[in-house]
Write a protein that binds this ligand. Structure first.
Ligand code: ADP
Ligand code: ZN
Length: 213
């Protein structure tokens, strides 16, 4: 399975992607997580990406293409397929991606802006494995990750200013990217409101229907 997932910041992409990757046996690649790991390890990509990320701007396409192309060439992806979360976000990224691989389905997880603003302000994330929590659904013991024991924190770019910039970039850059996949007949649109399980069931139904058609 070769899947893409689109959705505004706070739409639940990260949470749902982890579940979907498991369901379909595909490798979950979150470009945000890949970049945060690069920043934490101070790699050349991380050093270049950090200031863009912290201020809520998109990392330049050339940098992103290098990161994604390298990842997609690895043997686990060739064997199991992928679920790309956070890429492509611009039309040039979409064109470059389609130049290196086919895509089976792109899903758009739709949640209204007022709801995502509320979700982002309460979002917390494991600084080590990326697992997502919230103020209302914290880890079992303090702010320590249930999965890996890492520290659960608020993301550096979940400030109101950076969030506003990311939402603006989503409208100006990513909405037209989604239309590319719609024009190719590859898009499935899914309502992202409800419990994680409800949304998961809707996603699986929409993906299975799109793949079968
Ligand atoms: P969000 O969806 O909330 O913006 P992510 O974790 O997906 O969070 O991404 C965090 C940051 O990483 C983005 O604000 C951006 O700076 C950078 N980034 C991730 N994916 C891309 C991409 N495909 N193109 C450009 N920048 C990206
Ligand atoms: Zn963790």
């Amino acid at each position: 399975m070769r899947l893409l997932i689109f959705g505004r910041q706070g739409a639940g992409k990260g949470t749902q992607s982890a579940l979907l990757a498991e369901h379909y046996g595909a490798v979950h690649i979150s470009t945000g997580d890949v970049l945060r790991a690069a920043v934490a390890n101070a790699t050349p990509v991380g050093l270049e990406a950090k200031s863009y990320m912290d201020s809520g701007q998109l990392v330049p396409d050339e940098v992103m293409l290098g990161v994604v192309e390298e990842r997609l060439a690895q043997p686990d992806i060739v064997e199991h397929g992928f679920l790309l979360d956070g890429f492509p976000r611009t039309v040039p990224q979409a064109e470059a991606l389609l130049g290196i691989t086919d895509v089976d389905v792109a899903v758009d997880l739709v949640v209204p802006e007022d709801v995502v603003l509320e979700r982002i302000s309460s979002r917390r994330v494991c600084s080590s494995c990326g697992r997502i929590y919230s103020v209302g659904m914290p880890p079992a013991e303090g702010w320590t990750c249930d999965t890996c024991g890492g520290e659960v924190v608020q993301r550096a770019d979940d400030t109101p200013e950076a969030v506003a910039k990311r939402l603006a970039a989503y409208s100006s850059e990513t909405e037209p990217t989604i239309r590319c996949f719609e024009d190719k007949g590859l898009l499935a649109t899914v309502d992202g409101l409800g419990t994680p399980t409800e949304v998961q069931d809707r996603l699986v139904a929409a993906i299975d229907a799109a793949v079968a058609s």
